[in-house]
Design a protein around this ligand. Structure first.
Ligand SMILES: [Zn+2]
Length: 91
């Protein structure tokens, strides 16, 4: 989770990269043939388009998972609130 498949436009090798990095303007080398792949929103290449579409989808899923996690209560960080001691008797 958090990574997407990328297919090299030259050697067709499939590798993975993090969805968070795969955004408009990103570039990286293919680990197999070392060609530099450029990722742009307006790319016409089907491999690049597919990778960017998948990355967007994964980022959306991560954001939603994060929102759910933040909304859920954290039982371990519960503080000792409301433990007020009754005042002692006054003389
Ligand atoms: Zn390649």
């Amino acid at each position: 989770m958090g990574s997407v498949q990328i297919q090299c436009t030259r050697c067709k090798n499939v590798f993975r990269d993090r969805a968070a990095r795969l955004q408009d303007g990103y570039s990286r080398q293919c680990p197999s043939c070392e060609v530099v792949l450029f990722f742009a929103e307006d790319s016409q290449h089907p491999f690049v388009k597919r990778a960017m579409r998948n990355a967007r989808k994964v980022r959306k899923e991560l954001r939603e998972a994060e929102a759910v996690r933040r909304a859920a209560p954290e039982p371990r960080s519960r503080e000792f609130a409301g433990r007020t001691q009754s005042a002692g008797r006054e003389d």
